[in-house]
Design a binder for this molecule. Structure first.
Ligand code: NI
Length: 270
């Protein structure tokens, strides 16, 4: 087994900048197997009915081409993902960065279709999460082919992890869209952004408050990203905060999830 642990310099850079790029976190053989599962799940629309597969950047109507298809928890639909070395390697790195209490918290997949894949606007992941909690959390973003400026590699604002969570809104200020973007009055400077091109099976790692962005996919091949999330235990915040953009959201994805839940809970009729 190759050793993917971080050096002291990498750990220091992560805490200084709020992100880190590393050239490899798993083998090319595993990337190839992962890519096969990934393409199958999107082709089969796995999780569509339960609200786990949806359009992150669009209004997500039935039979409408998704601008930015996402699957939450792909391992629910392909349990073999739980056994990938990538998971163990990423956990080891997460514990180096967050401490021994860090644990796996979930995964998702974001596909940018060839030519049509939309940008993921600037945001902080924590804007999606529970405003009552203080998080110590990282996302490990793994491209399953080369990630470039042209197909939508990750870009970060160094040091932005020290900022509070800015004002966000649904993309295009349309509450039917799941994805978030910075609100026009967010007053955040992204001028000093750093792009992180990566080989397949490399990774970027960022904190839940680090500002990040990916461009549209301008190439003829899909851009596949597989993302693993790790949390240190979170605690209740002392100073409350509100994320009104969450309260305004009304997505088709949530409707499907609610419907699937209601169907499951219905007692069987004999
Ligand atoms: Ni994000």
């Amino acid at each position: 087994m190759p050793d993917y642990l971080l050096t002291d310099e990498q750990i220091a850079a992560f805490h200084r900048d709020g992100f880190l790029a590393i050239p490899a976190l798993t083998t090319q053989d595993e990337v190839a197997r992962l890519r096969e599962i990934y393409d199958r799940l999107f082709a089969q629309k796995a999780g569509r009915e339960t609200g786990d597969q949806f359009d992150l950047a669009g209004t997500d109507e039935e039979n409408k081409e998704a601008a930015l298809p996402q699957i939450l928890g792909p391992s629910k639909y392909a349990p073999e993902l739980n056994d990938f070395a990538l998971r163990k390697n990423a956990l080891a790195v997460a514990r180096q960065l967050l401490g021994p209490e860090a644990n796996y918290a979930g995964e998702h997949a974001i596909l940018k279709p060839a030519r049509s894949g939309a940008p993921t606007p600037w945001h902080q992941d924590e804007a999606y999460w529970n405003p009552a909690l203080d998080y110590r959390s990282i996302s490990v973003w793994v491209p399953l082919q080369e990630a470039t400026l042209e197909n939508g590699c990750m870009q970060f604002v160094p040091g932005s992890h020290k900022l509070p969570i800015a004002r966000h809104q649904s993309i295009g200020n349309d509450p039917r869209v799941h994805g978030l973007e910075l609100a026009p009055d967010a007053n955040v400077d992204v001028e000093k952004a750093v792009a992180c091109p990566l080989p397949a099976g490399g990774a970027t790692i960022h904190l839940s408050s680090t500002l990040h962005y990916t461009s549209a996919n301008h190439t003829d091949a899909p851009r596949r990203a597989y993302i693993l999330v790790f949390h240190a235990p979170s605690k209740e915040r002392e100073t409350p905060r509100r994320f009104p953009w969450q309260e305004e959201k009304r997505t088709a994805r949530q409707e499907r999830a609610d419907r699937a839940k209601a169907t499951n809970e219905k007692p069987a009729v004999m």
